[in-house]
Each structure stands twice: as C-alpha cells, then as structure tokens.
Design a protein. Structure first.
Length: 447
C-alpha cells in the first residue's frame, strides 16, 4: 500500500506545480489576503479599554461567546475592528437564498443566469450592510454596559462612541466580504470559507496550550486531555471518510452506426456526494442561533427583556439550544441540496446528451429516480452533520469544558482544506491541459 506522502505527491504532482506560475501567484495572493485578515483581528476598536474587554472575554470563554470568538479568530474576544468577522454576510446570504425559494421575483432572478446572479449578489451586499449596522450598534451598546477588571470597557461612552463603532465595524465587515470575493476570483477559491478557516486554525495553538496548562496546574487530568485528543483525531478521520463518500450512478450511452462504423456505447458514472452541501448547513445554523444570544450576552443584561428571554432559552448546553441547532442543520441540509442539485435539470441534460440510467426511461422517470436517490443521500448526510455537531455539544455539557469544542469547528477545519486541495488539483489539471494544447499547436505549425 502506498504511503500518505506518495498519495499526496500523486494527487498534487509537485513537478507540474513547480511549473504552474499562475497557480503559485494565486496561492501567494490567498496567503497575503489571509495575513491581512489576521492583522486586522488585532486592531482594537477606538475608545475601548483592552484590559476590561480581556477580563470579560476570559469570564465568558465558554458558551455562545466562546463559539462566536472561535469563528471570528479571536477578534470578538479582543473586540477588534473585525469583531463581527464575515457573519453578517453569511446571515444575508441565508436570507437571500431563502427568498429565492419563497419569492417568485427572486426565483426568476436565480433562473436568469449570470445577470440574475449578479443582481442577487448585489441584494446580498445591501442586506449585509443593514445586518452589520444592527449588530455593530448592538455591540456598541453592549460594550458601554460591559464591566471587566473593575471598570467600564468604554473610556468615553456616548453617541460619538456608538457612531464610530458602527462605522468601523461595518467598514471592516465589508472589507472582509471584499477580501473573500477576491480570494474566490483571484485566489484558489472558497474565499469566505477560507477566512473562517483561518480564524479557527489561528486559535488552535492557544487552545492546546490552555489545555496543557490546565493539565499542569491539576485542573484537568492528563488522561482526560489524551482522551480529548483521541476523540478529536477520531472525529477528524470520521469526517474525512464521510466527506469523501459518494453514490456513483451508472450512465449508459447508446451505440449508433455511421456508415460502416459503430460509435458510442460508452458508459460513465454520475457521482453524487453523501454530503453535497459541505459545511454550509452548520455555518448557517450557527450564524442564526448565535445572533440573538450573542447580542444578549454582549448587552450584559441591559438589553430589551424579550432579548434576555431568548438568550435564557438559548443558553449554550440547554436542550432548547441543542434541539434548535440540530433542526436548523437538518433544514439547511435539505434546503441547500435542493439548490445545488436539480433532478429534473440533470435528467434533461442526460437526455440531451443521449445518456440514460439502465432500467429507467429518459425524462420524468429518470428525474424521479434521481430525486429518490438524492433524498436518501440527504437524509444520511443530514444525520451525519447532526451527529458531528451534536456529539461535541453533549461532550461540552457533560464535562463543562473551559474552552469551546464544537462540531462546526471540526467540519470547517477538515472540509475547507479538502476543498482547497481539490481546487488546487483542478488548477494543476487546467495548467497541464493548456501545456498540451500549446505543444499540439506548435507541432501543427511545424508541419
């Protein structure tokens, strides 16, 4: 059996990588953008007391605040200008995609192709500004009420502080959204996911050191730390296995005779992933469930009564929180699958190409079969996502860990690198294909 290094070399082809200048530029550009993002998470908001904010962040290290801080790369705990990270854009994307399913006007825009997609992206950006303004204002009010280290977190509270906080946070959120789009178009793709991934990975060394410090001081046994490590490795292996699982549907193309020769008769496979939605359902579910709870926790009990009631019901580790979290994951798994895979459209494309699934007539029968297959796969995929996200929550609630260990974190930390490697592989294949075309053209001109 080939070693892991040999398999990696076979997949990436380092010889071709050394010659792919465009791919190297894309990788350097992506790395530069992520460095800019990480530097931005260390720039504090103007007018705050960093010591008081740090004291409050330490007291709220677990729960909802810890989850938001983990996804933001520590920016929320430091109350930096990028405290909201890219979450307002994700919330806006959820709303716009839901509108495409319930609004005929939005559904028509979705079917218009590239022009409709640009229009929907424009609406998403406008909605991102609105959501970021509301969340930034809530953050400013919460900071004014925040107490830590024996003093207020805001040096000079008032209207001017709220205005500057809203402008700073909204501008930083839009800047991050633009950076994500630049990674998608000029980098290696998956810009938004890579930004979230960079924030999570950046916090891993600190989390490991904190766990070792707890073991050194006796607050946590080394056996339990080893158990957490083994649990994490097992969860990562399980996620890799499930993310690579797929159902391959056999496709047959009929034979046809042209003159005295017989053409066609080939066969291929239509691969359908078990989890065709990736990390989108957990990210969407986390984004929605964290919105009211994070605002209520930031307000430090000074917000509206209804917001405090919601926060009390959605307290991290409660049964209502876990039930709603898993429901949203399952809902978005089915909803997003219906967006990325259309059985009717796939059946029509097969029919136009002359392909068919043995035992099913082209057209409606093939579409019904594909719909049945994708529904069963989505049930398994949603159950897998719910399991991965639920087990760490039970683990957290049972042992009251002083740091956050979530299924969304595992999924992002594993799935995003896998998708990025696939993007790099596709760029390498395109580079090799272009090289073959150039060689063929040179040979043709010589003749």
């Amino acid at each position: 059996m080939a070693s892991a290094a040999e398999q990696l070399a076979a997949n990436i082809n380092f010889k071709a990588f050394s010659k792919a200048e465009d791919l190297k530029k894309r990788l350097w550009f992506t790395l530069g953008v992520l460095i800019v993002f990480r530097l931005g998470t260390y720039i504090p908001l103007p007018g705050i007391d960093p010591a008081a904010v740090a004291q409050f962040a330490r007291s709220q290290g677990g729960g909802i605040f810890g989850m938001v801080d983990m996804l933001s790369g520590g920016a929320l705990g430091r109350m930096s200008i990028m405290a909201l990270n890219i979450m307002p854009y994700i919330s806006a994307s959820i709303i716009v995609q839901l509108m495409t399913a319930v609004s005929p006007q939005f559904e028509a825009l979705k079917k218009e192709g590239e022009s409709g997609r640009r229009k929907l992206n424009q609406y998403t950006r406008y909605l991102t500004v609105l959501i970021a303004m509301l969340q930034a204002y809530g953050t400013a009010v919460g900071l004014e009420a925040m107490q830590g280290g024996g003093g207020s977190a805001v040096m000079d509270p008032g209207l001017f502080f709220r205005l500057t906080t809203v402008i700073t946070i909204v501008g930083s959120t839009l800047f991050l959204m633009w950076l994500g789009e630049q990674i998608t178009s000029r980098g290696v793709g998956n810009g938004i996911s890579l930004i979230i991934f960079a924030g999570i990975v950046a916090n891993l060394p600190t989390s490991i050191l904190n766990a070792l410090e707890l073991g050194r001081t006796g607050a946590m046994s080394y056996i339990f730390i080893l158990f957490i490590l083994a649990f994490s490795i097992g969860m990562i292996a399980f996620i890799v296995f499930m993310e690579r699982a797929q159902r391959r549907i056999f496709i047959q193309y009929p034979k046809r005779q042209v003159g005295n020769r017989m053409y066609g008769g080939e066969s291929s496979h239509l691969p359908i992933k078990l989890n065709s939605t990736g990390v989108i359902p957990p990210i969407f579910a986390s984004s929605l469930i964290m919105l009211p709870a994070s605002l209520a926790q930031l307000s430090a009990g000074s917000g509206p009564e209804w917001l405090q009631v919601i926060f009390g019901s959605l307290r991290h580790g409660s049964m209502i929180y876990l039930s709603l979290y898993l429901f949203l994951i399952v809902f978005f798994a089915f909803f997003y699958t219906s967006i990325v895979f259309n059985p009717q459209e796939t059946a029509e494309n097969l029919k136009k190409a002359g392909g068919f699934i043995p035992g099913y007539r082209p057209g409606q029968n093939t579409a019904s079969y594909l719909d049945t297959v994708i529904t069963r796969l989505t049930v398994m995929g949603a159950a897998y996502l719910a399991f991965v996200c639920a087990v760490p929550e039970f683990f957290y609630a049972a042992y009251s860990l002083p740091f956050y260990l979530g299924g969304t974190t595992f999924l992002i930390a594993v799935s995003v690198p896998m998708d990025t490697v696939a993007q790099i592989h596709s760029h390498l294949l395109a580079h090799q294909y272009e090289g073959l075309l150039k060689k063929t053209q040179l040979r043709g001109t010589r003749r």
